[in-house]
Ligand binder design. Structure first.
Ligand code: PHE
Length: 335
């Protein structure tokens, strides 16, 4: 058996300058049916000694052709890439066609600002979910089945056949998550729950079927109404970007707090004194704490819920909250 001269093969390899030529070279010599690769098959007819020496020679030949092939292949690929790169230089100083950029809805902008303030104060931020059951929305926060809020004309229930489905509803307030989250984090805990809530309202400039609320729940030992008021002041100062916020607490009834308040804030907005009715608040009712597994003799807590959509309207001077959601670009672009 006479082996071919490696020099001739390598000389041929050197003439390959494209990937196609390389492919042909590979199948002629190195592939399954290639002549160099084929030499291995001829070994079977040789004596054992010859097999050994010839085998080594064939292997050396195969390796040298194969190595040369690999580096030639790298070389061609590199040359190809370099050429492409030089052809495709991108001139980054060319002016682009500016795409019109949108921005977050005003409600989301304010929500993010508020979230940042409270993340800085180590609050857990939780969004809950829009679809809840009647236990979460009502019973867990002390609202009896006879309460007017549970009626069809206020609440959007799921229309379904089964008993399970009939318990589902769109949350009417973010307080629906108090029970679950107090169980998850407390006691002592600080939680903020921004979320959309749904009520079957007659639509007008200040009422929509869906709007944003933010709820805060704080549980610890020795909490008092003083803490609640102080924190509320801070929140409103942060949101309205003024330190001139005056609060007035009016007694109000919410079944899940005792005592409960509605809070009016007087603040300078747009250079004018404004009175805002935007918050419901109170000390969490002992039975709500108990239902969430917290001992009311040891811990107390306060909660407040802020109508964020209304606050956005006040902050940006909107005459109608439906502007925020009706998709009118003229409105969106004016901010
Ligand atoms: N959940 C009440 C509402 O939607 C607001 C509220 C929250 C009141 C927390 C008291 C405490 O009207």
């Amino acid at each position: 058996m006479i082996l071919p001269d490696p020099q001739t093969i390598l000389a041929e390899l050197a003439t390959c300058t494209t990937e196609d030529q390389l492919k042909d070279f590979f199948s002629t010599y190195l592939g399954k049916k290639g002549s160099v690769n084929g030499l291995f098959k001829q070994l079977k007819d040789l004596s054992p000694e010859e097999k050994k020496t010839k085998g080594q020679e064939i292997k050396a030949l195969f390796d040298s052709v194969n190595n040369a092939f690999m580096s030639q292949q790298d070389e061609i690929k590199r040359a190809y890439r370099d050429q492409k790169l030089s052809e495709e230089i991108v001139d980054i100083s060319t002016p682009s066609n500016p795409l019109p950029l949108g921005h977050a809805n005003l409600q989301n902008q304010l929500r993010r600002t508020v979230e940042q303030i409270f993340q800085g104060m180590w609050f857990h931020i939780e969004y809950g979910h829009d679809l809840v059951d009647t236990f979460e929305n009502f019973s867990s926060v002390n609202i009896p089945p006879t309460h007017p809020a549970t009626e069809m004309h206020d609440t959007l229930y799921v229309n379904g056949e089964s008993k399970e489905w009939q318990k589902l509803m769109m949350r009417t307030h973010t307080s629906a998550h108090q029970n679950e989250l107090i169980r998850k984090y407390g006691p002592a805990c600080k939680i903020m729950i921004p979320g959309k809530v749904y009520r079957n309202e007659n639509l007008d400039a200040s009422h929509d079927v869906a709007f944003w609320q933010v709820e805060w729940v704080v549980i610890d030992k020795w909490l008092s109404i003083g803490h609640l008021k102080g924190m509320m002041e801070q929140i409103l100062q942060g949101i309205l970007e003024t330190d001139q916020v005056e609060l007035r607490l009016r007694p109000a009834y919410f079944p899940f707090v005792e005592p409960g308040f509605e809070i009016d804030a007087k603040a300078q907005v747009w250079g004018k004194d404004k009175r805002l009715e935007i918050l419901g608040a109170g000390m969490i009712h002992p039975s709500v704490l108990e239902q969430a597994g917290v001992d009311p003799n040891e811990y107390s807590g306060f909660a407040f819920g802020l109508g964020m959509t209304r606050l956005v309207a006040i902050r940006y001077g909107l005459s109608d909250i439906r502007l925020l959601t009706n998709g009118d670009l003229r409105f969106a672009k004016s901010f």
